[in-house]
Design a protein. Structure first.
Length: 325
């Protein structure tokens, strides 16, 4: 066969074959809320699963709405992130089953003391728990005491980062308390601390900046107040394009403060509200007069309310390309 004929035949064959790999900008990060009631945004909802285009799955703040390690919604979990040690984030108890109770009053009757929901999930899924401050030794001790590998408690302290499963994970400052409940310490020491009203010290609370393999940079605020770092670190250094922002007021930033962080400091392409501490939606629609509604109205970029079980997909620029209303 003549060279030109061979070239034309190869070109024809190539045009009929599917592409073996998409360009990085065409791949998306999938985000699935694991809240208390399917299709709603409820007071206890914290947990999100991020799935990188390469298949790495990250569970953020499992809290009380992930129904333990056996929750059928979990699937494979490679990494668990815990922003701080409060029970509604690390999980001092959890839902009896998905959709137990109501949005306003979930059934969180299953205790996770003293291990935490995060540790029990990590043991069952063989996940790594990535945290900053002084939290890793606590998780390492819990893993070891339960037959797990203490090396799966991984440190990512302020100013540094780790790469696991192709995702770069950095911790950033969060302005919030981070006392360790004595019930999670257990034994005589825990009892004595509880009687004295003293919490354990595991360092400052954190937020996270995740850089996914498609180039998307996401800022997970944890529980925080307003910080200059949200401009100078999260925006100017990391260039975050997607934000998960607490906005429940009282314990964290309220709608007004959270909107200021989004609009004036981080300036992302999209935001997912979190930590509403209220019934944010009814029948999947934002509840009139709610803090969730106030936040949505105050923010200048698209707000994607995390309805439990509804997967959203974000491109490298932080824009929602599927699953968002």
């Amino acid at each position: 066969m003549k060279p030109l004929t061979v070239f034309l035949a190869a070109l024809t064959l190539a045009s009929t074959l599917p592409a073996v790999a998409a360009s990085p900008d065409s791949r998306n990060v999938r985000v699935t809320p694991l809240g208390g009631i399917d299709g709603e945004f409820c007071p206890q909802d914290r947990a999100l699963v991020f799935e990188d285009p390469n298949g790495t799955r990250i569970l953020y703040d499992p809290g009380r709405t992930v129904a333990g390690a056996g929750d059928p919604r979990l699937g494979k979990i490679d990494i668990i992130l815990v922003s701080h040690m409060h029970g509604d984030h690390v999980g001092n108890a959890h839902n009896k089953a998905p959709n137990s109770g109501s949005c306003e009053k979930p059934d969180v009757s299953v205790s996770d003391v003293p291990n935490t929901n995060a540790v029990n999930i990590a043991l069952a899924k063989q996940s790594k728990i990535v945290t900053g401050s002084e939290m890793p030794p606590f998780f390492a001790a819990k893993l070891k005491a339960n037959g797990g590998d203490p090396a799966n408690a991984v440190l990512a302290r302020f100013g540094g980062s780790v790469v696991i499963g192709g995702v770069r994970i950095a911790t950033v400052a969060a302005l919030h308390s981070n006392g360790l409940d004595p019930d999670l310490i257990g034994g005589d020491l825990g009892k004595q601390m509880k009687d004295a009203g003293i919490a354990g010290d595991v360092g400052p609370a954190t937020g996270y900046v995740l850089t996914f393999s498609n180039g998307l940079v996401a800022y997970l605020s944890g529980d925080t107040g307003v910080l200059a770092d949200q401009e100078f670190v999260v925006r100017d250094l990391y260039h975050a394009k997607l934000v998960v922002m607490n906005m429940g007021d009282g314990f964290t930033t309220g709608p007004r403060e959270a909107a200021y962080i989004v609009n004036s400091l981080v300036k992302p392409a999209s935001v997912i509200p979190s930590h509403a501490n209220e019934v944010g939606t009814v029948n999947g629609k934002i509840r009139p007069g709610s803090k969730t509604e106030a936040f949505v109205k105050a923010v200048h970029v698209p707000v994607h309310v995390p309805l439990s079980g509804r997967t959203m997909a974000f491109d490298a620029k932080g824009l929602c390309v599927a699953g968002c209303k």
